[in-house]
Ligand binder design. Structure first.
Ligand code: ZN
Length: 198
């Protein structure tokens, strides 16, 4: 890339650190940015910076939010006695899109994977256990239907059952190994409705 001047090279390099962006895409994006109106570039970089600075974990469910509580946890109309456990905020968004779930969530930010060296202490499980000290009727484990998701579900079930709280697992309408965020809303809701006790 020696034929590019230093600042262009720097921009291309920064962009190429983003996931899914190879050298070619990084160059394309860099030149696109150079052709954007300056205010638009300022808006983009400003949004990135302020989101990075201000977004944190929700006090209750651990999803990303910029307040103390996310809009779902802060909503008194949601059923706070039903908690759906998901692997990440994108899965939570997928269930929200069905528009038919009125409980709250808990975002683990990962799944247990002995192969990848991810243990129970590496995901947001202790935060879930703290929440269960309040009145909770049911914990619905909606982790992905793959080895890591199933391992996590079994682990959670073993932890929670002794507390006398109902633990259920979403049905297998979700294809094995399927990432929840790519599944259509009807299938997703069916998996929720067809959940079974663990
Ligand atoms: Zn929340």
């Amino acid at each position: 890339m020696d034929f590019y001047s230093t600042q262009i090279r720097d921009l291309v390099e920064q962009l190429s650190h983003l996931p899914g962006i190879g050298a070619k895409s990084a160059q394309r994006l860099a030149f696109h940015i150079l052709n954007m109106p300056e205010e638009q570039v300022a808006g983009l970089s400003g949004a990135m910076l302020s989101a990075r600075k201000n977004v944190r974990y929700c006090r209750d469910c651990c999803t990303y939010t910029d307040g103390e509580l996310c809009p779902i946890c802060a909503n008194p109309k949601r059923n706070h006695r039903q908690i759906m456990v998901v692997e990440n905020s994108r899965d939570m968004a997928a269930y929200e899109k069905t528009g038919r779930y009125d409980g709250v969530y808990h975002v683990l930010h990962g799944a247990i994977s002995p192969m990848a060296g991810v243990g129970p202490q590496d995901i947001r499980l202790s935060e879930l256990m703290v929440r269960l000290q309040n009145d909770v009727d049911e914990v619905i484990v909606a982790t992905n239907k793959n080895l890591e998701g199933d391992t996590t579900a079994t682990y959670i079930s073993k932890l929670i059952k002794p507390l006398g709280i109902r633990v259920s697992r979403i049905a297998s309408g979700v294809p094995a190994g399927g990432d929840l965020e790519y599944i259509d809303e009807v299938t997703l809701y069916r998996a929720f409705e067809g959940r079974t006790d663990m």
